[in-house]
Design a protein around this ligand. Structure first.
Ligand SMILES: *[C@@H]1O[C@H](CO)[C@@H](O)[C@H](O)[C@H]1NC(C)=O
Ligand SMILES: *[C@@H]1O[C@H](CO)[C@@H](O)[C@H](O)[C@H]1NC(C)=O
Ligand SMILES: *[C@@H]1O[C@H](CO)[C@@H](O)[C@H](O)[C@H]1NC(C)=O
Ligand SMILES: *[C@@H]1O[C@H](CO)[C@@H](O)[C@H](O)[C@H]1NC(C)=O
Ligand SMILES: *[C@@H]1O[C@H](CO)[C@@H](O)[C@H](O)[C@H]1NC(C)=O
Ligand SMILES: *[C@@H]1O[C@H](CO)[C@@H](O)[C@H](O)[C@H]1NC(C)=O
Ligand SMILES: *[C@@H]1O[C@H](CO)[C@@H](O)[C@H](O)[C@H]1NC(C)=O
Length: 382
């Protein structure tokens, strides 16, 4: 095989990039500082019209990048308070695997410890020992009493972050580590809850609040800024303040090989069964929408559909009288249009399957499975 010298160079460049960056680092965000004063909502609109959205920050690398692009005053980022709070990991990952002790979590307390292998929530201001994760997923026990936030800072500065427990396997490894380190007291892990949400609906739980923040000092401090004070951590302020802001543009991929789309809209019109066969043969499966994050991704994809509804991997079993995902999950997260999803929409004949509306508020509707619709295949491995 032979290459022209130009191809040689391209190939060399690609190999160099593969060598230099892991996949996640290659998926970059570009930040744009807009030095015009607007309230948070107007800033959001400006970003959505001209870029992708107000800036999201996934990790410390993003934060360092962001700091380079802004001036030295107060600057909006895309983080806003909502009315729903959720448990998440300090490292920025959503908490999918849960391992609460009985009766946990209780209302109120917003940080979590590991106790006899199970999680319990306690006030974040308690002083406790903690476990950090360091590079290569190594665990580090820190035998110093700190509140959760200080423990987090310690881990971030000296290791990677407070430890995440993402599955049963990791839970066992951490329990073994706790046994081997002869720890018998409660230890902080990286689990916390808050009700802040990124403007682009990203599920990143990365937070870099300045000490004592957010404190809602004025009672209406529902939007986040980068504070002017070094080291430029975050502060909560009133969303009506007029401030410059940072937008971000795409999570763009350097090339498709590294980050192909995980959801694929197929604009052929097929029955639900044909659609299922198509997805299973050519991708992984018809899409399962078991979280808000996935629903958001689906809503993005269905905008381009040519039918008013688009098949999901959702099917009704008449015998059991339940809806289920073809990937095997039960339907916990739900987003049905009113009147749909009860299973008795149609007492006559047809077997029913689930679709998402391609317009409107993009809820799920129930359709006879022989209707012909566009559909979404997924490449996610369950
Ligand atoms: C957001 O959620 C998706 C799917 O649940 C996951 O693949 C992705 O890694 C999450 N994003 C972050 C920043 O953790
Ligand atoms: C990092 O570790 C050093 C040495 O133990 C300690 O003095 C320092 O305070 C730690 N950093 C943070 C942010 O706690
Ligand atoms: C559990 O973790 C260990 C150590 O990282 C790994 O070698 C093993 O394959 C994991 N097991 C499963 C089932 O993931
Ligand atoms: C840790 O120790 C407890 C009690 O000593 C024991 O029941 C448990 O199986 C141990 N866990 C691991 C993962 O070694
Ligand atoms: C699928 O159906 C829609 C709506 O009936 C139609 O506009 C579209 O052209 C059809 N697509 C194909 C590929 O037949
Ligand atoms: C897989 O994709 C090819 C190309 O789009 C298509 O012709 C084929 O019918 C698909 N397989 C199934 C089972 O639909
Ligand atoms: C299902 O939702 C659609 C869209 O909102 C609505 O038109 C339809 O009447 C609903 N079906 C039933 C049985 O209520």
């Amino acid at each position: 095989m032979c290459f022209s010298s130009e191809m040689d160079q391209t190939l060399y460049f690609i190999l160099l990039l593969i060598a230099l960056c892991s996949v996640s680092e290659c998926v970059q965000r570009q930040y744009h500082f807009i030095n015009v004063r607007k309230n948070w909502t107007e800033a959001q609109r400006h970003c959505r019209e001209n870029y992708t959205d107000l800036a999201t920050v996934d990790n410390m690398n993003d934060m360092n990048e962001l700091k380079k692009s802004v001036n030295d005053g107060r600057v909006w980022i895309g983080l806003q308070m909502t009315s729903v709070d959720k448990w998440q990991w300090s490292s920025g990952e959503p908490a999918l695997y849960l391992n609460w002790g009985s009766g946990q979590p209780n209302d109120g307390d917003e940080c979590a410890v590991m106790r006899n292998g199970k999680w319990h929530n306690l006030p974040c201001s308690n002083s406790l020992i903690f476990i950090c994760s360091s590079s290569n997923n190594k665990l580090v026990f820190v035998n110093q009493m700190k509140n959760w936030r200080d423990a987090q800072s310690f881990c971030r500065q000296n290791h990677t972050d407070l430890v995440s427990v993402r599955n049963q396997n990791e839970s066992q490894q951490i329990q073994k580590f706790i046994n081997d380190s002869h720890i018998s007291n409660d230890v902080w892990i990286g689990l916390f809850r808050d009700s802040w949400q990124w403007s682009d609906q990203s599920n990143s739980s990365f937070r870099d609040w300045a000490p004592g923040e957010p404190n809602n000092a004025k009672g209406d401090e529902n939007c986040a800024i980068i504070s002017p004070k070094s080291p430029r951590q975050w502060n909560d302020v009133s969303c009506n303040d007029l401030l410059p802001f940072v937008c971000h543009e795409g999570d763009f991929c350097l090339w498709f090989v590294l980050c192909p789309d995980k959801l694929i809209l197929i604009t052929e019109n097929l029955t639900w069964t044909e659609a299922l066969r198509h997805c299973r043969q050519n991708y992984t499966d018809l899409v399962s929408v078991h979280s808000v994050e996935m629903q958001n991704k689906v809503m993005n994809v269905v905008k381009r559909a040519s039918t008013e509804a688009v098949w999901l991997g959702l099917r009704h079993s008449r015998i059991l009288g339940i809806w289920y995902w073809v990937s095997g999950e039960t339907v916990c997260y739900q987003n049905w249009a009113p009147g749909n999803g009860t299973g008795d929409e149609d007492c006559v004949s047809a077997v029913r399957a689930g679709a998402v509306q391609s317009g409107g508020d993009q809820r799920w509707i129930s359709r006879p499975e022989h209707h012909k619709l566009n559909f979404i295949c997924s490449r996610y491995e369950e």
